[in-house]
Unconditional design. Structure first.
Length: 197
């Protein structure tokens, strides 16, 4: 029978070996100065949803929609459990709730997402007409944690949404250090999921 301290040592060793295949974990960026104390409350919830996704058939991503201090919708990435590559936190939320939420409500709401939206999610955000987006972890350090090389020509959500839907206000990163901890705990031990969540 393996004793608990030995098991912890073995687990720590495995994590260290797995992480050696990945780049050194990046430092977190400062918070976007346009974010508010209220934004921090809802970003903490987005990170809770990202942690939930890890244990419920998805990658470490979560999103919620808020209007006038009320949470209207929540969604966690479920790409693996559904075998649907479009079930990112943002696109899943929009797909599940757009039949129930009118466009005027979307326009007056903020979408909080644990990680910077990808191009697919930006398209869904644009077509839903969401008025404001706040994201936690930026794409560049997130990709670094995944072990992917730096993108020589990055396309940020600020740029994508700025070009296709300039009325949408995009803020982020916010509380990036917390988001990076979630990613650092997931990708080194799930390298098979890189590019699939």
């Amino acid at each position: 029978m393996v004793r608990a301290p030995l098991r912890l040592f073995c687990l720590a060793s495995l994590l260290l070996m797995a992480s050696s295949a990945f780049a050194a974990f990046p430092a977190a960026s400062q918070d976007d100065p346009g974010c508010t104390a209220e934004d921090r409350i809802y970003m903490a919830r987005a990170y809770e949803l990202a942690r939930y996704a890890i244990t419920h058939g998805g990658g470490p991503f979560g999103a919620l929609l808020v209007k006038d201090g009320k949470i209207l919708a929540e969604y966690s990435n479920c790409v693996h459990s559904t075998h649907d590559v479009t079930k990112h936190a943002e696109t899943g939320l929009i797909s599940a709730f757009s039949p129930k939420i009118d466009r005027e409500t979307f326009a007056k709401s903020t979408l909080y997402t644990s990680t910077e939206p990808c191009t697919m999610c930006c398209g869904a955000i644009c077509f839903a007409g969401i008025g404001r987006v706040v994201y936690g972890t930026s794409e560049a350090p997130f990709l670094n944690v995944m072990g992917l090389p730096p993108d020589p020509n990055p396309l940020t959500s600020h740029e994508v949404l700025g070009r296709i839907a300039p009325k949408i206000k995009v803020l982020g990163p916010l509380m990036e250090a917390e988001g990076l901890i979630i990613h650092e705990g997931y990708w080194p031990v799930h390298p098979e999921d890189v590019g699939k969540s």
